[in-house]
Design a protein around this ligand. Structure first.
Ligand code: OAD
Length: 250
């Protein structure tokens, strides 16, 4: 199924980057953002939920929504794509996982030092002073969609605790962004898995990799236009990643 050229390139690669988006976690039951009908941004308004202004305007609505999402992640399991990405690291000299996802499914599949460009549902902090807040992992049953939950308060300044994700209009965490960029520019194979590739600056990474001569492979069940130098593996992330692993390393 996978072209032999790609398998060969993977076998001789020195540094492989797996750049992942919501589609990588879709088969674990975590909704994507933009898939028709099921995508979060098809059903919810980001302006009401994913900006600092939205949080300050209605902290309970916003916190409840992120707690709903966090509990979904807590109850989910890594899928074949997360597992294949983790396993790939044992076959190549260097592997970097750069994710736009705010779940911890890569870590739970065994990937190390995952770069989270858009933060994490599991690292909330005070909206006023930035102090990290330690959340119990599953403090209550899965909240119903749309539940309002009063956010906890910061122990230092009594400010509201906010989700540790990057919202619209916010900068990416500087360390994550520079590490992601460096990996994209250094790697020889760049796998872009389950992302619509429309949210910048993250979407710049495949372009940087391509510009630096890497083999860029897009893995997605929904075909989109790519340049003649890139590759496309059309299918679900778990199937395509498992095939790629098998074809390259047996
Ligand atoms: P999107 O929802 O924009 O895109 C998900 C992609 O996954 C689509 O291209 C789908 O075709 C694809 N997909 C669906 N099922 C799949 C499967 N089983 N295997 C592989 N691919 C599949 O999600 P992202 O590209 O991650 O930002 O979105 C980027 C950013 O936009 C997110 O990180 C988030 C959002 O606003 C922030 O929260 C800052």
């Amino acid at each position: 199924m996978i072209t032999s050229t790609l398998s060969q390139q993977l076998r001789k690669a020195h540094h492989v980057v797996a750049f992942t988006g919501a589609g990588t976690s879709a088969e674990s039951g975590i909704p994507t953002f933009r898939d028709a009908l099921t995508g979060l941004w098809e059903r919810f308004d980001p302006a009401q939920l994913a900006t600092p202004e939205a949080f300050r305007a209605d902290p309970s609505l916003c916190w409840g929504w992120y707690e709903w999402r966090r509990q979904k992640v807590v109850q989910a399991q890594p899928n074949g794509a997360h597992l294949a990405i983790a396993e790939l690291a044992s076959h190549v000299p260097k592997m970097t996982v750069v994710t736009q996802n705010v779940d911890d499914l890569h870590e739970r599949a065994g990937s190390q030092d995952v770069i989270h460009l858009h933060g994490s549902l599991h690292s909330p902090r005070c909206i006023d002073c930035g102090l990290a807040y330690t959340l119990p992992l599953a403090s209550y049953d899965l909240p119903a969609e749309g539940s309002r939950i009063e956010p906890p308060r910061c122990s230092a300044c009594d400010g509201y605790v906010r989700p540790g994700v990057v919202w619209f209009g916010e900068m990416l965490p500087e360390d994550a962004w520079s590490a992601g960029l460096a990996a994209a520019e250094e790697c020889d194979v760049f796998l872009s898995i389950g992302t619509s590739g429309i949210v910048y600056p993250a979407a710049e990474l495949p372009l940087r990799a391509l510009g630096n001569g890497a083999t860029v492979v897009h893995i997605n069940p929904a075909r989109f236009d790519i340049s003649s130098q890139e590759h496309f593996l059309e299918g679900p992330a778990s199937v395509m990643m498992q095939s790629l692993l098998r074809d390259a390393f047996g």
